[in-house]
Design a protein around this ligand. Structure first.
Ligand SMILES: Cc1ncc(COP(=O)(O)O)c(C=O)c1O
Length: 429
């Protein structure tokens, strides 16, 4: 593995993009094979530090949204930096505990928590539940009472604010399944005395993901802050306000302009001025997206009847965001930049027309075997992967200042079908 000479920014060491975190990417691809997800530990650490600095002086805790990338090595980076986690399933609870994130730094969100998941989270001792419905509140009360413990809970507010993002990742409009109205939450606090085993003393809001404007964030924070002031005036103690995640990142250079972390911190300070309880943040994408790239090789170029296709060995199985949200990802062929430009529809091998990474993308001409780097894939890439078309899960690699470690080996075909079996042991129920 070639370690390049020292650079000012270790995370993005080579100006020509041929290396990341001091590791030469074509050498890495030869060693590990493609497709493979690659993450820079240095870049993730830089991201973790930025909000910690920006929030200095506040009683703020960052709970990494594990769904963005739940590889154990990534979760361990978060644990090492003292972060907690925002989880949405029993599986994420297990993964976070397994990676060493202490239970008392874990918050549990999600509209479909089951009794079993709630029981496991209570047994583990999670910090709090972000409760999303009256039914869930009653279930939390019942499961906590059965165990004779007190569950700490926050009401997830749906502030009916448009996050100005893709409809499929917008969560704070009244038509969305997430959270409850302020009116309903008010009832919960007013009738809270019936909750013998739930301590309802927090508020939570998360209006969507990949937000590139502060306006909706400010609007949501304003609603939560007004509600907190109203509750405080009525004698309720609010020990925790969770402002969610959702900060957008740059997927398209020169086009996407993310909110600065300092402006975001200022918006929180401004909205929650006078609040002396704990503030929780749940960033996912912002911490890991730009720290990751997907390395893939060109299988072939196909001249179709109308369009020219660049067929990669990566597919929607490794990165579903373009298929799901028409998301843009910058792509860089790691080839001689003096090659003439060509325009391609960039596709994977999966048998879906939706298995398309980009249409009409202009880039240096590619040939079979060339390496292509798809950027901004550290979040919602591997964590949304599937084995559709019987494609084994890709390898994942963590880089750290010139070194690399395989943090998920490429799945073997046997591992892919482990648990499946022919139907020979028929049983009656
Ligand atoms: C409750 C909650 N918190 C945090 C996040 C993380 O969002 P993002 O990755 O955009 O920061 C999500 C994502 O959907 C979420 O549902």
């Amino acid at each position: 593995m070639t370690a390049p000479t020292a650079h000012a920014d270790p995370a993005y060491a080579c100006a020509d993009e041929a290396c990341l975190d001091g590791v030469e990417l074509s050498a890495l691809a030869r060693r590990v094979g493609t497709p493979c997800h690659v993450y820079s530990a240095s870049a993730i650490r830089q991201r973790i530090e930025a909000p910690q600095k920006a929030l200095h002086g506040l009683d703020a805790r960052i709970c990494y949204a594990a769904k963005a990338n739940s590889n154990v090595a990534i979760l361990q980076l978060m644990a090492e930096a003292g972060l907690g986690a925002d989880i949405v399933s029993g599986g994420e609870l297990w993964c976070c505990l397994h990676a060493g994130i202490p239970a008392d730094r874990i918050v549990f969100s999600g509209v479909g928590k089951t009794a079993e998941e709630i029981a496991d989270a209570l047994d583990a001792g999670v910090a709090r539940f972000n409760v999303e419905s009256a039914d869930e509140l009653q279930l939390l009360q019942r499961v906590a009472a059965e165990r004779n413990v007190i569950a700490r809970a926050s009401a997830r507010i749906n502030p009916d604010v448009d996050a100005l993002t893709h409809a499929k990742i917008s969560t704070g409009k009244s038509e969305n399944k997430f959270g409850v109205s302020i009116d309903e939450a008010r009832d919960w606090f007013t009738n809270g005395t019936a909750l013998t085993h739930v301590q309802l003393d927090g508020l939570h809001v998360h209006i969507g993901s990949q937000m590139l404007s502060l306006d909706p964030i400010r609007a949501a924070l304003r609603r939560v802050s007004e509600f907190w002031r109203e509750l405080a005036a009525a004698g309720h103690t609010i020990r925790s306000i969770d402002v969610g995640g959702g900060l957008g990142v740059c997927y398209r250079a020169g086009h996407d302009h993310p909110v600065s972390i300092d402006d975001y911190a200022d918006a929180i300070r401004e909205a929650l001025a006078g609040y002396d309880g704990r503030i929780l943040l749940e960033p996912g994408r912002w911490l890991v997206a730009e720290a990751g790239v997907l390395l893939t090789r060109v299988i072939r170029i196909k001249r179709g009847q109308q369009r020219q296709f660049l067929i990669l060995d990566a597919a929607m199985t490794e990165l579903i965001r373009p298929s799901l949200y028409d998301a843009w990802h910058d792509m860089v062929p790691l080839v001689d930049k003096s090659r003439p430009l060509q325009t391609y529809d960039v596709v994977g091998p999966v048998c879906e027309t939706g298995d398309t990474f980009a249409r009409d993308r202009t880039m240096p001409e590619c040939k079979a075997g060339d390496l292509v780097m798809i950027k901004g894939t550290g979040a919602y890439g591997a964590s949304m992967a599937s084995t559709y078309n019987s494609r084994p899960l890709a390898a994942e690699v963590l880089l750290d200042q010139g070194r690399y470690a395989v943090v998920r080996r490429r799945q073997t075909l046997e591992e892919m079908v482990a648990g499946e079996q022919a139907a020979h042991d028929w049983e009656a129920t």
